[in-house]
Design a protein around this ligand. Structure first.
Ligand code: FDA
Length: 384
């Protein structure tokens, strides 16, 4: 390892962006390690062996950004399809469009309101709770959108996500609940949106495909039985660490809480199961939160006419050995995070980044944008 200039722990978008920049622009030799047996972090996707359909192993990944720097950068490695994401939800045997919009409202209330009347209706229902005095997530949600819409579309779905009734969840989990007073149900409203034409893994592999980048998989930074470990390297070579920050410090300040997801895949002997890529299930009778049907992410591709693959998603609190997906972010977590940030300052030549290294939910464009900033503002000045 003395022959590398930088070690990157984690081959997700954060780690690979840093590696690519340091290799391609600075001519540095970069070693990227990952504890998993594949590259790409949570954006990794693979062809399902039975149907050939591209499956996002760690949950559906839709790329979208309004950041011109990030858009220019990602287009060096992949082209994007014209895919536009839309989500529907099933509630009491009826399907509604999301996010809550004029179509949802009129279908739900069996009305034909225009924007102004719908706004007035929602405001009058929301007035039931004084927004300055909300004590929990339920009251907060009612203060934002009123009780009928809350009970139909938010209450049970949120309870499934957190395995806790919203009346027992802190109000801070939501700051807003988007309601659109138009029929626009595009899920994202960024300038750019699409899916990588030949898949996430092909995109990610092109980022790592540089003669100065070496990737070693199935290599855990905390496994001292192999040479590329924390003990052996810290202080000897610059390190960009994108794993969990609490793990790095051996949980010295306590464990940061995460939610995880369980995914259940099934191949069905039909050409189309639900007619759309993502269907949420708003009610408590259905144990999963949503179903993904991957063929619909790529309508431009050839897919089998008699088979489809779906993935049911279940949500719960993560144990230490589960994949950490969404930060729980309670006041106690934020306190621990501050303590870890202090510890991180004391680590010489170790840069913490990415969603696990900073305990933040980051979309892909945010992870890439933040890696580009770390590169420009810290890494390039330090050893450029
Ligand atoms: P990421 O988690 O991808 O990579 C970290 C890597 O570090 C992992 O490969 C891990 O194995 C490795 N690692 C950890 N500890 C290690 C150790 N001790 N030794 C070696 N390696 C170690 N974004 C978006 O824009 N649109 C979307 O639709 C979605 N959808 C979505 C769904 C779900 C369920 C999740 C959880 C996330 C999304 N995202 C998303 C977010 C997206 O996944 C996220 O932006 C990227 O994964 C962030 O990349 P990072 O490199 O920060 O982390």
């Amino acid at each position: 390892t003395t022959d590398v200039d930088l070690v990157v722990v984690g081959s997700g978008f954060f780690g690979l962006t840093v590696a690519e920049r340091c290799a391609a622009e600075l001519g540095k030799r970069v070693l990227v390690i990952d504890r998993r047996d594949h590259i790409g972090g949570n954006a990794y996707s693979e062809a399902d062996p039975e149907t050939g359909i591209e499956v996002h192993r760690y949950g559906a990944h839709l790329f979208h950004t309004s950041n011109p720097t990030v858009w220019e950068y990602v287009n060096r490695f992949t082209a994007f399809t014209e895919y536009v994401h839309k989500v529907y939800t099933t509630h009491r045997g009826e399907v509604f469009p999301l996010p809550i919009n004029l179509g949802t409202i009129n279908q739900f209330f069996r009305s034909a309101h225009g924007p102004a009347a719908a706004r007035e209706l929602v405001a009058s229902q929301a007035a039931e709770v004084d927004s300055a005095e909300v004590a929990n997530l339920e009251e907060k949600a009612v203060s934002l959108i009123g009780r009928p819409l809350y009970e139909a579309f938010i209450r049970d779905y949120t309870a499934k996500q957190w395995q806790t009734p919203p009346s027992e969840l802190p109000a801070e989990i939501i700051s807003r609940l988007p309601v659109r007073y138009t029929y626009d149900n595009r899920y994202f409203n960024d300038d750019h949106e699409g899916l990588p034409v030949d898949g996430y893994t092909a995109w990610i592999e092109r980022m790592a495909d540089h003669p100065l980048i070496e990737v070693r998989l199935s290599t855990d930074f905390f496994d001292e039985s192999q040479p590329i470990n924390k003990q052996a390297l810290v202080g000897k070579v610059p390190i960009v660490y994108t794993g969990p920050v609490d793990r790095y410090f051996d949980y010295a300040e306590g464990e940061l809480a995460w939610r995880t997801l369980d995914f259940e895949r099934e191949v069905l002997p039909i050409g189309d199961y639900q007619g759309t890529s993502v269907m949420n299930y708003a009610d408590s009778e259905t144990p999963y939160t949503r179903i993904h049907e991957f063929r619909h992410f790529h309508p431009e591709r050839e897919h089998p006419a008699d088979k489809t693959i779906i993935m049911r998603e279940y949500s719960r609190f993560a144990e230490r050995d589960d994949e950490p997906y969404y930060p729980v972010n309670t006041p106690s977590d934020r306190e621990k995070l501050l303590a870890y940030r202090e510890l991180a300052k004391g680590e010489s030549d170790v840069y913490f980044g990415g969603r696990l290294g900073t305990y933040q939910y980051l979309d892909m464009h945010m992870a890439i944008g933040s890696a580009l900033s770390m590169y420009e503002n810290k890494l390039k000045p330090a050893f450029g």
